[in-house]
Ligand binder design. Structure first.
Ligand code: FES
Ligand SMILES: [Fe+2]
Length: 338
């Protein structure tokens, strides 16, 4: 009787799955990509109010100082850990509900509720904070390593809209990565590329992008520059059916494996057009972008994003994944956030 060869593996050994080179996930080793992340809409942060939000696997609060400037600080009071999100704001100072310790916009405790002297080192973690495009942003770091991008025209020359997509079980960079996934432009979007995007890729230490020129099956034309700033801040500026517009999507980073994308968009104001025409132009931008998101939505709702085996058409995506592999990661606030 013929002897069967001894198998190299046992029947219950796992079969290795084809995987790309290692790419760290948010929260691996307690670290997160260093970028600007949206915390809340600026309109939701009225003077005298406090807004709590999840950030970097922990919790932060936003409030406005006496001059109306937003500040984002760690949420847990350094006395006994009460959530400052249920505190109060008066004269630009944030007061804990529990025993009245009161913090300024730098996160420094100015006084205790009891009148006892403030202990040395009584301060929250204060994130670099910006209010731009109607959104309050915080930077994961002690100092920003890049600035939130500018539009090619002043913000007050733009008619803008904004919103949020709601929670996705993805990390912010996964949302950005799909914009560099040229295979998916053909399917599911049906985009007809006029210029090979791989020829137009430009990278800096903190951005990565390409030119998108072509059309959709319904005849909609695009001639735009797409750049990802940091790992997550997706900005497109250019012409939609010949009219200048911008669209920015910025996925937030509440916790590993989760995001909530904020978006802002706009058209340049044109004094010669009526209010109705201007609103129609703005709605056109919104609807065109929503068509992209509609094409992708069931994929995004179900994907377990994992770079595996790529082909030559994935070269633009592969370049972005390489950029992410060496992208700075940090978490200087980690001891404050939970
Ligand atoms: S826990 Fe905030 S003042 Fe005591
Ligand atoms: Fe898409």
């Amino acid at each position: 009787m013929t002897q069967l060869p001894t198998p190299a593996t046992r029947p219950d050994d796992p079969v290795p799955r084809p995987m790309g080179a290692h790419l760290p996930h948010e929260g691996d080793d307690g670290l997160y990509t260093q970028s600007w992340y949206p915390i809340c809409m600026a309109d939701d942060l009225a003077p005298g109010t406090v807004v709590g939000a999840e950030f970097l696997g922990g919790r932060v609060v936003a409030f406005r100082d006496a001059a109306g400037r937003p500040a984002v600080v760690s949420a847990y009071c350094v006395h006994l850990g009460a959530d400052l999100g249920v505190g109060t704001v008066r004269d630009g100072l944030l007061r804990c509900r529990f025993h009245g310790w009161t913090y300024d916009e730098q996160g420094v405790c100015r006084r205790t509720g009891s009148g006892d002297p403030v202990p040395d080192g009584a301060r929250l973690f204060r994130f670099p904070t910006e209010e731009r495009f109607g959104v309050v942003w915080a930077f994961n770091g002690t100092e920003p390593i890049f600035r939130i991008p500018e539009l090619p025209c002043p913000e007050d020359e733009v008619r803008a809209g904004r919103g949020r997509f709601g929670h996705l079980a993805m990390e912010p960079w996964m949302v950005s990565a799909h914009t560099l996934d040229l295979q998916h432009l053909s399917l599911p979007h049906g985009f007809d590329l006029k210029v090979p995007p791989a020829d137009t890729v430009r990278s800096t230490a903190h951005s990565h992008g390409y030119d998108l020129v072509g059309s959709l099956p319904d005849g909609t034309t695009y001639d735009v520059r797409i750049d990802i700033h940091g790992p997550n801040l997706f900005l497109q500026t250019g012409l939609l059916d010949g009219r200048w517009y911008f669209w920015m999507t910025s996925p937030s980073l509440p916790a590993p494996g989760r995001t909530d994308s904020f978006f802002v968009y706009g058209v340049r104001k044109d004094e010669s057009e009526s209010e109705e025409e201007a609103q129609r132009a703005l709605r056109r931008v919104f609807e065109a972008q929503m068509q992209f998101y509609s094409d992708d939505s069931d994929i995004f709702d179900t994907i377990h994003f994992q770079p595996g085996l790529l082909t030559s058409r994935d070269s633009t995506l592969a370049m972005f994944l390489d950029y992410l592999r060496t992208y700075p990661r940090a978490n200087p606030a980690r001891e404050f956030l939970s």
